[in-house]
Design a protein around this ligand. Structure first.
Ligand SMILES: O=C(O)C1=C[C@@H](OP(=O)(O)O)[C@@H](O)[C@H](O)C1
Ligand SMILES: C=C(OP(=O)(O)O)C(=O)O
Length: 427
């Protein structure tokens, strides 16, 4: 699918889609509870992968009027009758690998071409330390993975520099084992806010997990716990909203985004970043309303350790800002659906932008964008970021646009409702 974008400004109000990260957690932890209603979940390709996987592990999940009604497995997932295919979803793979470690039998997990290139070494290593037999069939730390349950508690260490999803996955599974677990994080914990999202929902489910951050981050997890997540309303997604907010800032327009209530999402940082760049931004936290009035933007330095998913958005903002934008501490952004540092460098250069790509950072010199035929790299966040860049440049196409269904199926409808001239060609 290719999308054609003409030079355009945006104006109006839109309701942010539900959070993908919160939805994954509510479905997973709800499926490990007895009964749960997940209200206003995101229904996208990635969250449908989590629904499929939880059903294969024994949960019953039905959708009624947009909400999910779950009959869970009460901490005891069943042996899946077939291979669990998680499609493009890294979150689903990591979470279900840990949940499968609770199964008294063998589970096989796989995914699409992109997913099967993404690293899981640290998770595999620590699960083995915790008594689980885990095999990467190609012996490269990637899916397909074969998991033979047997998760026990223990004292274990895990590298935090590649993905926080490994830690979130263990925090979800370990409270359900028969022995206590102490999990220490080696090095910097990248994407830490996502672990806070996990802890928030686990604690809403009644789980007890203690965090000691005196030296290295350490989680102390008592055993023999039960989850009781009964009813959960999913908040709006700041990662998805970042494209709408950036579009207003970049095209000097005014956009109001609703369903933007404070939560544990690290990507709430987009609001401060836009302010630092000179956009007029107000956030009515009580009513969940963010208003952006676009102005001329100036470059900014951003540490991306906690906000990997904002990197494509910040890169296109930097491409139109006066001066230099540096996105640093971002090596983990190379391990997503695609290598997003490289992808954004390649595509912005096609638009006439001066970009320097280093191992863990991008340095972008703002200037005039020129339109072009761009590649979306089969990555939803690359496609959405380049789409808003096209609104400034005009006369731009982006291919692999179908990948927006991974996280934001209504993205093109929403930007069109704000007046954007965006035409989708299904060829
Ligand atoms: O836990 C989550 O919901 C996510 C964690 C992040 O991944 P890493 O922790 O691998 O950086 C983020 O990129 C992803 O979109 C969602
Ligand atoms: C990388 C992402 O998600 P996941 O890791 O679940 O594939 C994303 O949504 O940008």
């Amino acid at each position: 699918m290719r999308v054609k974008i003409s030079r355009t400004s945006v104006e109006g109000e839109v309701f942010a889609p539900p959070s993908k990260s919160y939805t994954h957690r509510a479905i997973t932890i709800g499926s490990l509870s007895e009964k749960c209603v997940v209200r206003r979940p995101l229904i996208s390709e990635d969250t449908k992968a989590t629904i499929r996987a939880c059903k294969m592990l024994g949960a019953q999940i039905n959708e009624e009027k947009g909400d999910l009604f779950i009959e869970g497995v009460k901490g005891k997932p069943h042996i899946p009758e077939d291979v669990i295919d998680v499609g493009n979803s890294g979150t689903t793979l990591r979470f279900m690998t840990a949940v499968a470690s609770l199964v008294d039998g063998v589970s096989i997990l796989t995914g699409d071409n992109s997913l099967r290139t993404r690293p899981n070494g640290p998770l595999i290593e620590v699960l083995r330390d915790l008594g689980v037999e885990v095999i990467s069939t190609l012996n490269n730390g990637c899916a397909p993975l074969v998991v033979k349950g047997g998760l026990k508690g223990a004292i274990a260490k895990i590298d935090g520099s590649i993905s926080s999803q490994f830690i979130s996955a263990l925090l979800i599974a370990c409270p359900l084992t028969r022995q206590s677990t102490t999990l220490s994080i080696k090095g910097e914990l990248r994407s830490k806010p996502y672990v806070n999202v996990t802890l928030e929902i686990l604690r809403k489910a009644g789980a007890e997990i203690f965090e000691d951050s005196n030296h290295n981050i350490k989680f102390i997890i008592p055993p023999n716990q039960n989850y009781n997540l009964r009813d959960y309303l999913v908040p709006g997604d700041f990662s998805s909203a970042s494209y709408l907010l950036a579009a207003a800032a970049m095209t000097s327009s005014r956009v109001v985004v609703k369903n933007m209530f404070p939560s544990q999402q690290g990507d709430m940082a987009i609001i401060d970043i836009l302010k630092q760049m000179g956009a007029g931004v107000s956030w009515d936290k009580e009513n969940g309303v963010v208003t952006v009035n676009g102005h001329d933007l100036k470059g900014v330095r951003v540490d991306a350790a906690a906000t990997p998913d904002l990197v494509p958005t910040i890169a296109v903002l930097g491409a139109v800002a006066e001066g230099q934008t540096v996105i640093e501490n971002a090596e983990h952004v190379r391990y997503k659906e695609t290598d997003r540092l490289h992808a954004m460098a390649v595509e912005l250069k096609k638009m006439g932008v001066s970009v320097k790509e280093d191992q863990d950072q991008l340095t972008i010199k703002g200037g005039k964008l020129k339109g072009g035929d761009l590649h979306g790299w089969h990555d939803h966040r690359i496609v959405m970021a380049l789409t808003i860049a096209g609104m400034v440049a005009g006369d731009t196409t982006v291919d692999t646009a179908e990948s927006i269904f991974i996280s934001y199926p209504n993205f093109f409808d929403d930007v069109r409702s704000l007046g954007a001239d965006v035409v989708v060609n299904k060829q």
